[in-house]
Design a protein around this ligand. Structure first.
Ligand SMILES: [Zn+2]
Length: 77
């Protein structure tokens, strides 16, 4: 059906872009309470975010993805 594409929000500019035209990127987000005692809770989470093509280019997402792919293939061999 036309016009039924999933829209995602660009993390950088907030523009709504069709998912097939967006660039997905996994970023790790770190959470911490900054308490220097036993109650200090720290965890990180991998979050999937989307960028529109222009923001992806601007932020070097393609380069990062390429580098990740190279790193990944290095580990495999
Ligand atoms: Zn954008």
């Amino acid at each position: 059906m036309r016009g039924k594409e999933t829209l995602v929000t660009c993390e950088s500019c907030g523009r709504k872009v069709p998912r097939n035209k967006a660039v997905s990127f996994e970023k790790s987000v770190h959470f911490g309470t900054e308490l220097r005692n036993a109650n200090d809770v720290r965890f990180s989470e991998r979050m999937k975010v989307y960028y529109c093509i222009s923001c992806a280019k601007h932020r070097g997402i393609f380069e990062k993805k390429k580098r990740n792919a190279i790193e990944h293939s290095k580990k495999m061999f």
